[in-house]
Design a protein around this ligand. Structure first.
Ligand SMILES: Cc1cc2nc3c(=O)[nH]c(=O)nc-3n(C[C@H](O)[C@H](O)[C@H](O)COP(=O)(O)OP(=O)(O)OC[C@H]3O[C@@H](n4cnc5c(N)ncnc54)[C@H](O)[C@@H]3O)c2cc1C
Length: 326
């Protein structure tokens, strides 16, 4: 069994930041990551541009400089790899944490490869690995996707996009460029307020020119092999269909959190883990959370921009506990 003072689960930007801040205060740590560094960003749409400026995405005092104001996915992959090298972070990649158990005053962490013992654990596992699911017949057909990568395969195809937030809007814009025939259904009465203001005019223009046939206050009722049934204010419609992008959001792995004893609370957006606002410590002593996972179902409150600061709060708390115990 490998013994280490602190383990961070997840090498996303917020997990990396937590590792750097702990290292700065002399807290020996390793990161365990089921994929590789910034796996969620790697899984973004290939041509994704961040909504944040590179400065706001920067961590660990390593400048993130790009020619444009807002970096692209590929530039971020290079940047975060260079941060890992610069700070010489210890990452155990391609290793998934399966279980975290507290035994007396330490944790036993079981992974797909080995078992670790640690005094402190930080969970920074994000939400992108778990997509929300549709509850309609046909939702499990292979043509239904919850992640959008590239538009080319959908040239001249009938595509249905479900959802009206950023990921749905971004996918529609890309798919239009590649010549897909796009229908979109969205439950809202009008465009979502969360759509980034510089993206919305492009989308509105596609809708106004009927390049995207957008149905507000509408939902999908059934997905079949070559058509979809949708319910709109004008009544039921059957539309020819080759592929569906259900861009209906993502959520933290709540079972993973619950199994390690983290209390879940219910708020107006759904579920969220309980934690102390000043320290990011959960109800389990010495077990912390960092990054977007802290927001639970309310994905619009914590981003890299602010989640990257959780690491500093956690490191300070661990450091002050260590000083008290000296
Ligand atoms: C398309 C898109 C664009 C976005 N653009 C921006 C933006 O411009 N600005 C911004 O601030 N935010 C943006 N976000 C939101 C969010 O900030 C990012 O998703 C960010 O990656 C979250 O960082 P994180 O470190 O909290 O989690 P993640 O980056 O999701 O990292 C979690 C890591 O944990 C790993 N993991 C999960 N479970 C386990 C396990 N059991 N064992 C081991 N490893 C595990 C995952 O593989 C992953 O690498 C965007 C999100 C999306 C989807």
């Amino acid at each position: 069994m490998l013994s280490v003072e602190s383990i961070i689960i997840g090498a996303g930007p917020c997990g990396l930041s937590a590792a750097i801040e702990q290292k700065k205060l002399g807290i020996e740590n390793i990161i365990i990551e089921k994929g590789n560094v910034v796996e969620a960003i790697y899984n973004y749409p290939t041509h994704q541009t961040f909504f944040s400026t590179s400065e706001k995405l920067g961590i660990g005092d390593v400048p993130f400089i790009v020619e444009d104001l807002k970096p692209k996915r590929n530039q971020a992959l290079v940047y975060y790899r260079s941060v890992v090298k610069h700070h010489d972070l210890k990452i155990h990649a391609q290793e998934e944490v399966l279980k975290v158990e507290k035994i007396h005053d330490h944790f036993i962490i079981s992974t797909t490869k080995q078992t670790y013992k640690a005094k402190y654990v930080t969970v920074a596992t994000g939400y992108y690995g778990q997509h929300n699911t549709l509850d309609v017949p046909g939702a499990d057909l292979p043509k239904v996707h919850h992640y959008f990568k590239e538009a080319h395969p959908y040239f001249d195809q009938n595509v249905l996009i479900i959802g009206g937030k950023n990921s749905a809007v971004d996918a529609a814009i890309e798919l239009d460029k590649a010549g897909a025939h796009i229908t979109a259904v969205y439950r809202g009465k009008t465009y979502s307020k969360s759509v980034k203001p510089w993206i919305l005019p492009l989308y509105e223009s596609l809708v106004n020119h009927e390049k995207v046939k957008l149905h507000f206050e509408s939902e999908v009722i059934e997905i079949k092999e070559d058509e979809v049934l949708i319910k709109t204010p004008e009544g039921m419609q059957t539309i020819p269909n080759d592929v569906v992008f259900a861009m209906i959001g993502y959520h933290p792995d709540y079972a993973f959190l619950e199994n390690m004893g983290i209390e879940l609370i219910t708020n107006e957006f759904g579920t969220a883990p309980y934690y102390h606002r000043e320290t990011m410590e959960t109800n389990v002593e010495n077990l912390y959370i960092a990054g977007v996972i802290a927001a639970g179902n309310d994905a619009n409150t914590i981003f890299i921009e602010n989640g990257k600061f959780h690491g500093g709060m956690i490191a300070e708390d661990i450091h002050s506990k260590k000083l008290k115990n000296q």
